[in-house]
Design a protein around this ligand. Structure first.
Ligand code: SF4
Length: 485
């Protein structure tokens, strides 16, 4: 390691609210900054990570922690929910350390690059994927002639914003494995209580991009084309996690793990053949799934599949360009349940195009299908998505208030035409209570208990559900910024 090279600290902050749900907040190691760190380490740069859940009153702690690492460059991974908080931190850092360079990336920057770089305290930003870009940026020593050649970089020169062409990693296997050794102890991270069977747990990302074009989702923009790590790379990483870190549970962070069926089959067959003991869960897409694949996934350690259903109305699904059929949702949910997997469905109450009738269809679907868990949320238009541009055609929402961007908050952020906030809240509670207080749901959940650990998990889940029900019924929640799950 050369000491004359600049030192970088990469920061990923999740802002936890102080409401009743705060103690159930979950966080897993932030792989985005770990991939950047491994690229920097491979190029001989010193790098440290600051990856934490913090509350809004911990600004001073965050600033001091970052400065204590004596960085020359600080890189922030920014999600829209924590943008204002992060900007505040950046301003304080710059005030305390004049020569500090600030670099930003992440979903917020991807969606609003020019608006983000326009803040004078931010020196440069990355759109798309930064693993190659960050090394070139440090190699350039922030010389503008060199910076002009770096794909994926946005910077300012003479008060003018320069945006180079975007950068995508073509061959994912060319990347070094994420620098997990730079994270704090695994016990400092906390997966959601209902999302794991075993501990310690962590996440893994085996593909990037999404083939779908959902209007409400960043991945739906289609610019991040679908790319995959090879099964060999994935198995190598899983084996490393099991052997070197003692990991017993994995979350596949892929937007949809099952889109490339032959690859999933090869990964599962190798896990079985190599007798890798790992429990895992993933998001699946209801297209291209059959019973044999679900059975194989289960044999390879999968216990939970998560499905983005969003609505019980085909018309609403079509409008959001979900590109799935309700029949497929029904078939795959039942198939997964029948092969012995637990199933979680994600739903949105108050989609563009929703009416009282379509909301009732969604509520009926949640009750009709054998889900073990239902994540029911309000629609939140995100900057940079198609919905952000077209949502006003089908309803009302406030465009500038990023503080309202909070996936799981109880505030209604979007009101479809013909509906009111009261109707949405009423239907939201109906959906939530109709599912979780349904004896069939309770029975299904009880059937999953097979060990003492499951009992502990169930007690935690009951406590979480009680808190959530309290919030749903009373509407009492303070500022909180849960992540997309
Ligand atoms: S919601 Fe899911 S399927 Fe749709 S674009 Fe986003 S990640 Fe892809």
């Amino acid at each position: 390691m050369q000491s004359d090279k600049p030192k970088t600290t990469l920061v990923s902050l999740s802002v936890v609210g102080d409401g009743i749900l705060a103690k159930y907040y979950h966080k897993l190691p932030s792989l985005g900054i770990a991939y950047l760190a491994s690229s920097l380490e491979r190029a001989g740069y010193q790098v440290s990570l600051f990856d934490k859940s913090v509350s809004l009153n911990q600004k001073e702690y965050v600033v001091n922690e970052i400065l204590s690492r004596k960085p020359d460059i600080v890189g922030f991974y920014i999600i829209t929910e924590s943008f204002h908080f992060t900007l505040d931190i950046i301003r304080t850092l710059k005030a305390k350390h004049k020569g500090l360079k600030i670099w930003v990336g992440g979903p917020h920057v991807y969606c609003l690059p020019e608006e983000t770089i326009a803040h004078e305290e931010i020196d440069c930003a990355c759109v798309f994927e930064g693993e190659e870009m960050i090394v070139k940026l440090l190699d350039s020593n922030f010389d503008s002639r060199e910076m002009a050649k770096i794909d994926g970089l946005i910077y300012k020169e003479n008060n003018k914003i320069i945006q180079n062409k975007p950068a995508l990693i073509k061959d994912l296997d060319s990347l070094a494995k994420p620098a997990r050794h730079l994270f704090g102890p695994l016990k400092d991270y906390r997966p959601s209580i209902v999302s794991y069977k075993k501990l310690p747990a962590t996440g893994i990302l085996t593909s990037r991009g999404c083939a779908s074009r959902c209007t409400f989702c960043h991945s739906g923009k289609g610019e991040l084309t679908m790319r995959y790590h090879s099964p060999e790379y994935v198995i190598d990483e899983i084996s490393q996690l099991v052997t070197d870190y003692g990991i017993k549970e994995l979350f596949f962070f892929d937007d949809t793990f099952t889109t490339n069926r032959p690859r999933v089959i090869e990964i599962c067959e190798t896990i079985i053949r190599n007798n890798i003991k790992i429990s895992w869960s993933s998001m699946i897409r209801v297209t291209g799934i059959n019973k044999e694949l679900l059975q194989l996934m289960k044999r390879a350690g999968c216990w939970l599949v998560q499905i983005g259903v969003e609505s019980g109305s085909q018309e609403v699904l079509n409008l959001m360009k979900k590109d799935i059929k309700l029949e497929q949702v029904k078939n795959v949910t039942r198939m997964a349940y029948d092969v012995g997997l637990e199933v979680k469905g994600y739903f949105i109450i108050g989609n563009a195009g929703d009416t009282v009738e379509t909301l009732d269809k969604t509520i009926d679907l949640i009750k009709e299908l054998p889900f073990h868990y239902a994540s029911i949320n309000h629609l939140t238009p995100l900057p940079g998505t198609e919905l952000w541009e077209t949502g006003h055609l089908y309803g009302d929402f406030e465009k500038k208030n990023y503080d309202k961007v909070n996936y799981l908050s109880d505030s209604v952020n979007y009101i479809p035409k013909g509906l009111t906030e009261e109707i949405i809240n009423k239907k939201f509670k109906e959906a939530y209570l109709g599912f979780y207080l349904n004896p069939k749901t309770i029975f299904r959940f009880l059937k999953t208990i097979k060990s003492f650990d499951d009992i502990k998990r169930m007690l935690g889940a009951i406590s979480l559900l009680s808190a959530m029900l309290y919030v749903k019924i009373t509407g009492i929640i303070k500022n909180g910024t849960p992540t997309k799950s």
